[in-house]
Design a protein around this ligand. Structure first.
Ligand SMILES: Nc1ncnc2c1ncn2[C@@H]1O[C@H](COP(=O)(O)OP(=O)(O)OP(=O)(O)O)[C@@H](O)[C@H]1O
Length: 364
């Protein structure tokens, strides 16, 4: 970790409307981004993620609420005085400047001495592993290299905070995954408090220590990735993170029943109460139906129909239709699926290994 101590960011009751009297793009949003960590803002398109980043950067002013950086209220501070580095999806490099000149830009604005600037640019080129390319122009670089220059430019000013808005969004999958690893390493080296906007749940779960899930301008849940994944607070979070299927059922004799499937219900559940059962794609085992017979799993396997399936890398995504009419997404290792030997339209038994049961009437 270099230089200054890492800063925390606190966002308090931020609200932002773009049209007077209209639905707020950001509505009463509060969360903390811990010092020195990568915090991800994750959510579908239009959830308000970029607007929050722009409010923190000072590129937009909130209608209500505050932004505190290291405990200091920055809500009214100009962009320049916030000491924040920003990387956007589109490269936003100056085309007529070399890589070195691009990286030096913020330092020149801040009137650093020439020798200090040159030394810092060298340091940044090394940090982003582009030592050989300092003399090139952005048009002579690959998309991934351009984004690394954008990181170098953002970090050159020793920002208190790094804001990243879908920084890998314009790149192809392979480069995205490579740069994800690279960003992890970069963060280990710099230790700068980072806020990353993405709609890619894999990116969020893999790269960050803290995740804020956004839904329609509000925070749906915030916490460490494992907590969000293992204990989603709402059906929205469950289905957005981890591709969970949400099924409806009722409590009978202490168990949650969904047609012929039954799983343990929470102790607080009352007889007859409505429940939602969250099932992860890899928590269902498929068993072939042989002459209408099957061996019951612990939860009672459900006869289902294979609606569609699609091999994706090492596993197969299967869409099952249950007798209730609900559809469930299942992921089966490729070899296991090949052994099953089923075709679209065939019936199988779906055996639920584990599921989370939520009591009460959620609206999705
Ligand atoms: N400058 C603007 N003027 C008017 N409406 C805006 C403006 N910027 C954003 N909005 C609206 O605010 C809402 C939130 O947009 P925002 O870009 O913050 O969402 P997002 O979660 O970042 O989405 P995406 O992933 O598509 O970028 C959207 O309904 C959007 O149309």
């Amino acid at each position: 970790m270099e230089g200054a101590r890492a800063m925390s960011v606190v966002v308090e009751s931020l609200t932002k409307r773009f049209t007077a009297g209209g639905t707020p793009a950001v509505s009463d949003v509060s969360f903390q981004a811990p010092a020195g960590a990568i915090t991800t803002l994750l959510g579908p398109s239009g959830a308000g993620k970029s607007t929050i980043l722009r409010l923190i950067a000072g590129l937009e002013l909130p209608d209500a609420g505050r932004v505190l950086i290291d405990g200091v209220d920055c809500t009214e501070l100009s962009v320049q005085r916030r000491g924040i580095g920003v990387v956007f999806q589109s490269y936003a490099l100056f085309k007529h400047m070399t890589v070195r000149e691009n990286i030096a830009f913020g330092l020149n604005v801040r009137k650093q001495s020439r020798s200090e600037t040159e030394a810092r640019v060298d340091e940044m080129l090394k940090l982003v592993q582009l030592e050989e390319l300092g003399h090139r122009y952005p048009g002579q670089l690959s998309g991934g290299q351009r984004q690394r220059v954008a990181f170098a430019r953002a970090l050159a000013i020793r920002p208190k905070l790094l804001l990243l808005d879908e920084p890998f969004g314009a790149l192809d999958t392979r480069v995205r995954v490579e740069l994800r690893e690279w960003l992890h390493e970069l963060h280990v080296q710099t230790g700068v408090t980072t806020l990353l906007v993405t709609h890619d749940q894999e990116e969020a779960l893999e790269i960050s220590q803290h995740v804020v899930i956004m839904e329609a301008g509000r925070v749906a849940q915030a916490g460490p990735p494992a907590e969000i994944y293992d204990r989603p607070a709402t059906p929205f979070v469950a289905s957005f993170v981890g591709g969970t299927s949400v099924l409806s059922g009722h409590v009978r004799e202490g168990r949650a029943h969904l047609g012929s499937l039954h799983v343990a219900a929470p102790a607080t559940a009352r007889e007859g109460e409505a429940v939602r059962v969250f099932v992860r794609p890899h928590d269902i085992k498929l068993v072939k139906t042989v002459g209408g017979n099957h061996v019951n799993g612990a939860n009672g396997a459900v006869p289902s129909r294979v609606e569609r399936f699609k091999p994706v890398g090492g596993y197969v995504k299967v869409l099952l239709k249950l007798p209730s009419g609900d559809t469930v997404a299942v992921e089966v290792p490729r070899s296991e699926f090949d052994q099953l030997g089923v075709a679209e339209g065939d019936s199988v038994q779906a055996d639920v290994r584990t599921a989370s049961v939520f009591v009460g009437d959620f609206s999705i």
